[in-house]
Design a protein around this ligand. Structure first.
Ligand SMILES: [Mg+2]
Length: 174
């Protein structure tokens, strides 16, 4: 019952997804949440270490696509800044945005993962689309919209039960 809410992997930051780690998992494509995952909601730019990570993955031939519920103009500006394709208004937790990336960018689901900071958006969308999911600790969550912040206490409950079941932060089929 919890499975759709459980990430496959828990990480502190996107930068933990090194090329080596992704290759070991057979992941070639990444769908990237924007707000609180790549950058602070209130800022337009990511931290330098995140920018360096994006460039590293690109240099290593990983295919990346931003996948955000944010509006097109704001996400489009960020996409231009980091020079990546994007899908805005992705309607996460529904899997339609992920599926659009499969269609439009040729991302093969078995080689694709999503990384984001919200269980009730990023993890669910990835689970429902049948891809692997990384849940990252949100960057400055206090800056997000109230309708995101009200979900956080419920996410904490799910996260607590996930950590009890999987203390190493890695989900396993049981
Ligand atoms: Mg987010």
């Amino acid at each position: 019952m919890w499975k759709v809410l459980y990430p496959h992997f828990l990480v502190d930051s996107v930068v933990e997804l090194t090329p080596e780690r992704l290759r070991t998992l057979g992941i070639e494509n990444l769908l990237l949440d924007v707000d609180c995952t790549l950058k602070r909601y209130a800022l337009q730019e990511p931290e330098p270490e995140v920018m360096a990570w994006l460039n590293l993955l690109r240099d290593e031939n990983f295919k990346l696509c931003l996948l955000s519920n944010g509006v097109g103009t704001r996400i489009g500006q960020f996409a231009t800044l980091v020079d990546l394709p994007y899908i805005a208004k992705a309607c996460k937790p529904f899997p339609s945005g992920c599926r659009r990336a499969f269609r439009e960018y040729g991302f093969e689901p078995s080689k694709t993962a999503i990384i984001g900071d919200q269980i009730f958006a990023d993890v669910m969308a990835g689970r429902l689309a049948g891809i692997r999911t990384f849940l990252a600790t949100p960057i400055a969550p206090e800056e997000e919209h109230w309708f995101t912040r009200i979900k956080r206490p419920f996410e904490k409950i799910v996260l607590r039960s996930f950590k009890l079941a999987y203390p190493d932060g890695i989900w396993k089929e049981r």
